[in-house]
Design a protein around this ligand. Structure first.
Ligand code: SF4
Length: 325
């Protein structure tokens, strides 16, 4: 593959084909830096050297009715995680204050569960109204499956973006979840967009899916025109059905991030969960394809902390993105 030409084509507006996306994932490790450079040229055009920091808040942890095999909060997980009921609007507001102090552009409130109960909706909307009024941080929420009315209510409360990951391809999804379908997830993403919310929708790579599945996910996200895509790299959790799965190599993870960038040039691509665990010492290289990261950890696992994240990205020559407007 002529990586420079691939980047030229993307910059000229030519959509990457399924075949080319597969070539990216199959690139020899010796060509890793050339692949990352191609992705970086595209990233630089649309996002410069800015890295958006996102802070995620697990507002209601564990005891989910669903059986997602990778998730330590699922009905089939015995993972030793903290389980708690819905936090109060005050606690969620305090989390937003912390996010603003950490320099995050987005604060994402997440609840475990198939979809939000009336109480969860009331609490999230109350917190969202106050955060929007008082703090300079953009709001994202992730509450599972939504109805049209719920999506509209979140929008009216000041929420900017809705997260609902597809996790994998339509083909592979039934192997990791049987209590709901991939199509239901797509329907929620469409509902959120129809209500005027931006869509944050990505996946979790390394659960046993093929490289073709990863490409199919990237192509679906392009078709759905999602604004942001968290690319999680699987870090198996003890007590879940996928415990013991082999972790992908850093090079494999970086090539996947590059592929998502090249297929979705204008989308916010996030080096999400598993960044520290899977990429290890190579994690600064993720900033060449990706323009955003989670800081201060994930839903049930810790990260390296926002100070180290900021130090890492500035030492690599990147800058922290700011809330616009
Ligand atoms: S629906 Fe969400 S919280 Fe529940 S098991 Fe699946 S991924 Fe985990």
């Amino acid at each position: 593959m002529n990586w420079n030409k691939l980047a030229d084509d993307v910059l000229a507006g030519r959509a990457v084909t399924r075949e080319d996306a597969l070539v990216v994932l199959n690139a020899p490790d010796d060509e890793l830096l050339a692949v990352l450079d191609a992705a970086f040229r595209v990233r630089r055009k649309y996002f410069g050297r800015k890295v958006n920091l996102h802070l995620i808040r697990n507002a209601k942890s564990g005891n989910c009715s669903e059986d997602c095999a990778y998730c330590s909060q699922s009905s089939v997980s015995t993972a030793p995680i903290e389980r708690y009921v819905m936090q109060s609007a005050d606690e969620l507001f305090a989390g937003a204050q912390e996010a603003a102090r950490a320099g995050a552009v987005k604060y994402c409130m997440v609840t475990a569960g198939r979809g939000p109960s009336p109480r969860v909706m009331d609490t999230v909307c109350l917190a969202a109204e106050r955060i929007t009024k008082e703090l300079k941080v953009r709001l994202c929420v992730s509450l599972g499956t939504l109805t049209d009315e719920q999506a509209q209510r979140l929008k009216a409360a000041g929420v900017k973006r809705y997260n609902h990951n597809l996790e994998s391809s339509r083909r592979f999804f039934p192997e990791i979840c049987t209590t709901h379908t991939w199509d239901e997830r797509v329907a929620t993403v469409r509902r959120a967009r129809a209500a005027g919310l931006e869509a944050c929708c990505g996946g979790l790579l390394g659960m046993g899916e093929t490289l073709e599945d990863r490409v199919d996910l990237a192509l679906t996200l392009r078709e759905l025109e999602v604004e942001a895509m968290p690319v999680n790299l699987f870090n198996p959790r003890a007590g879940t059905p996928l415990a013991g799965r082999k972790v992908m190599t850093p090079a494999e993870g970086l090539k996947a991030l590059a592929m998502f960038r090249l297929v979705n040039p204008r989308a916010e691509v996030r080096a999400a969960g598993g960044r520290e665990a899977v990429l290890g010492a190579m994690q600064p290289l993720a900033l060449y394809p990706a323009n955003s990261i989670f800081t201060q950890g994930y839903l049930t696992t810790l990260g390296q902390g926002s100070n180290r994240d900021v130090e890492m990205l500035t030492q690599a020559g990147f800058e922290v993105g700011q809330v616009e407007g």
